[in-house]
Design a protein around this ligand. Structure first.
Ligand code: NDP
Length: 277
């Protein structure tokens, strides 16, 4: 049995609260890293067409021998493929690369508001969902204003919005908006991409207090906030460390200290402006 508890999405689908991210992992390395993650107990994998490792990820899933219904596979539609018909074609390509008959979660990677195609794109996701080829659909990097439009003009409430979120960029307003609309907040770069955040002295103190590592403290913070997390590592000891976060608790003082780390600065692009295709 998996050590990771699940959250129930707004359509009743269960999603593991912690998964494995594979951005910046090449296709061959993805087979190794995803295999190590599955061995360590991860059952949820977060990839994307643009990562170029859906095939390598799929190989690891197949080689694991784990029942399909125990796995939770997310992939994402890349920007260049937005638009109704292009989305349907891109989805077919992703499924074929993954070697799967369905994904558990399909996300629009970025809203690209300047192109104004995310509504048509989302309607294609609704079709994919209705056909049973994605058990849940959602978005990534959508600001509340983009979600408002989707909620007003489409039928299926996104199950998830995957956004940049870590102690230095806590996304309070977005999290509150998601909670009001029963959309799960999934944190990308949950460890702040490693280096700077994990060397923070406040986090080091909390790690010492709990006898844990800085990464474990940060992941525990996310879980206590209600976020789904998808830490990435290609280092076996870290892969194991990052899933070992379900047997300790931060207290109110710890949470207050972590709340103080907000800088208001993103590591990644601003979704209102990002339009790379
Ligand atoms: P993370 O915040 O997960 O940090 C990953 C970095 O931290 C790597 O350099 C890794 O090093 C290091 N690291 C991991 N675990 C530890 C540890 N226990 N101790 C010390 N260092 C550690 O960054 P990502 O940007 O990769 O985000 C996670 C996932 O989110 C991505 O892989 C992707 O799936 C998703 N994502 C989605 C985006 C979107 O637009 N929707 C954008 C960005 C990410 P090493 O691998 O060398 O061990």
């Amino acid at each position: 049995m998996s050590k990771v508890p699940s959250i129930t999405l707004n359509n009743g689908v269960a999603m593991p609260r912690l998964g494995f991210g594979v951005w910046q992992v090449d296709d061959e390395q993805a087979t190794t890293a995803v295999g190590q993650a599955l061995d360590a107990g991860y059952r949820s994998i977060d990839t994307a067409a643009i990562y170029g490792n859906e095939a390598g990820t799929g190989k690891a899933l197949a080689a694991s021998g784990i029942d399909r219904d125990e796995l939770f596979v997310t992939t994402k539609l890349w920007n260049a493929d937005q638009g109704h018909d292009a989305t349907l074609r891109a989805f077919d390509t992703s499924l074929a690369k993954l070697g799967l008959e369905y994904v558990d979660l399909y996300l629009i990677h970025w809203p690209l508001p300047s192109r104004d195609t995310y509504l048509d794109t989302y309607k294609a996701l609704e079709k994919i969902h209705a056909d049973g080829r994605a058990k849940a659909i959602g978005v990534s990097n959508f600001l509340p204003e983009h979600l408002e439009r989707l909620l007003g003009e489409t039928s299926v409430v996104p199950a998830v919005n995957q956004i940049e979120l870590h102690p230095q960029f806590q996304q309070g307003a977005a999290r509150a908006f998601h909670a009001r609309h029963n959309i799960v907040t999934e944190a990308w770069s949950p460890l702040g991409q490693g280096k700077g955040l994990l060397a923070d002295p406040t986090i080091a103190q909390l790690a010492a207090k709990h006898g844990r590592t800085p990464a474990q403290v940060v992941l525990r913070w996310h879980l206590q906030l209600g976020n789904v997390v998808i830490p990435k590592s290609v280092t076996p000891s870290r892969i194991a460390e990052n899933i070992d976060v379900f047997d300790f608790e931060l207290d109110d003082t710890d949470l207050t200290a972590l709340a103080g780390l907000e800088t208001g600065s993103r590591l990644g692009p601003d979704p209102a402006a990002f339009d790379v295709v």
